[in-house]
Design a protein around this ligand. Structure first.
Ligand SMILES: Cc1ncc(COP(=O)(O)O)c(C=O)c1O
Length: 341
């Protein structure tokens, strides 16, 4: 069986593993106070062209979202996000477990707009007793979105301007950042990101690391005491060097971005082949997640050899599936899928 259902189905890029194995018996300080974490932070700052950001490493996406968001908010403050957002749909109420409400707004192909955010904030501000409901304080978006689509720089700048106007934070979940920058339908480069938000994270788990996410804090208010928050959330890894080594490797010679680019190219090959064969798309994605609609009998035939994520049952005869490529996808497997289409 060849799996295309997600992008965390393999281990780690061989260079990442090599680095971990080579340093196995080396003794270092724990909790991220080692030379590998320092070096990784320097490389990330260089790629971002920003020396003034704080960087912290954590293990997984839910843990990262929960730690960043709950440490940024007081208990009466709320998060605004798309009704498809990962924190709302797929994180078991992790944010709410810290007392912060999630307020969802409608999305278009996974994207929310500055207008709908402003409308929501104004409805709250202008209500008879605003303090009777949680106060919007943080906007959560993803690069790329859960639908594989991309914001343009202008769209995120508009969202960030609304956030600043109403004294809210903008936080970007970059679980798939490697696949979400320098893509065909967006003008966003990696180094643009710290200039248009208060905090974000660079995903490692889905992008070539064995595990790990790198949080980048831009806003001074969020930097304060962040290590206390990490530790209190059980998110400060004792063997923190494992995270440093992985990001140090991924940010050497642009490996992170090369892996993302290759996965996107394979995904587009699959997308183009599907379109050529007449299969409609659920979303027009240019990143590593593709959403293709198949008649159920064709899907059944394909699933004798391949696995996909069943995304949405559209009718009794048609299903939309998610097909993911990753840093580890091979050309050979892409060709096999295309031939079977
Ligand atoms: C956009 C996004 N954020 C966060 C996560 C959560 O990551 P984890 O499963 O490591 O908690 C995922 C995982 O699928 C994701 O797609």
């Amino acid at each position: 069986m060849i799996r295309f259902d997600s992008d965390y189905l393999e281990g780690a890029h061989p260079k990442v593993l090599k680095k971990i194995v080579e340093s196995n018996y080396e003794q270092t300080m724990g909790y991220g106070k080692d030379k590998y974490c320092d070096s990784a932070k320097e490389k990330i700052k260089k790629a971002l062209k920003r020396d003034d950001v704080d960087i912290h490493f954590m293990v997984g996406g839910t843990q990262t979202n929960m730690t960043v968001i709950s440490s940024a908010l007081k208990s009466h403050e709320a998060v605004i996000c798309a009704n498809t957002a990962h924190i709302f749909v797929n994180e078991t109420g992790a944010i709410e477990s810290y007392g912060n409400r999630i307020i969802t707004i409608s999305n278009e192909e996974g994207k929310i707009s500055s207008n709908s955010i402003e409308y929501l904030v104004l409805s709250h501000e202008n209500s008879f007793l605003p303090e009777f409901s949680p106060k919007p304080k943080l906007v959560y978006i993803t690069i790329p979105t859960e639908c594989g689509t991309s914001y343009t720089k202008g769209e995120i700048e508009d969202i960030y301007n609304v956030c600043k106007k109403y004294n809210m934070y903008l936080y970007i979940d970059g679980a798939r950042m490697a696949y979400g920058v320098d893509v065909k339908d967006s003008d966003i480069s990696f180094c643009d990101i710290p200039n248009m938000c208060d905090a974000f994270y660079i995903g490692g788990t889905k992008c070539g690391a064995l595990f790990g996410e790198a949080v980048v804090l831009v806003n001074e208010e969020l930097k304060k005491d962040f290590r206390y928050h990490i530790k209190q959330h059980g998110a400060l890894l004792a063997k923190g060097r494992l995270l440093g080594m992985q990001f140090d490797t991924l940010f050497t010679k642009d490996l992170y971005f090369r892996l993302g680019k290759q996965a996107n190219e394979f995904a587009l090959k699959i997308k183009n082949a599907a379109v050529e064969k007449g299969y409609p798309l659920l979303y027009n994605s240019f990143t590593n997640q593709q959403f293709i609609i198949f008649p159920n009998d064709k899907l059944e035939e394909l699933e004798k050899k391949f696995t996909f994520w069943h995304w949405e049952k559209l009718s009794k005869d048609h299903t939309a599936v998610r097909i993911c490529t990753s840093w580890a996808t091979t050309e050979e497997n892409v060709e096999k899928l295309i031939n079977s289409l």
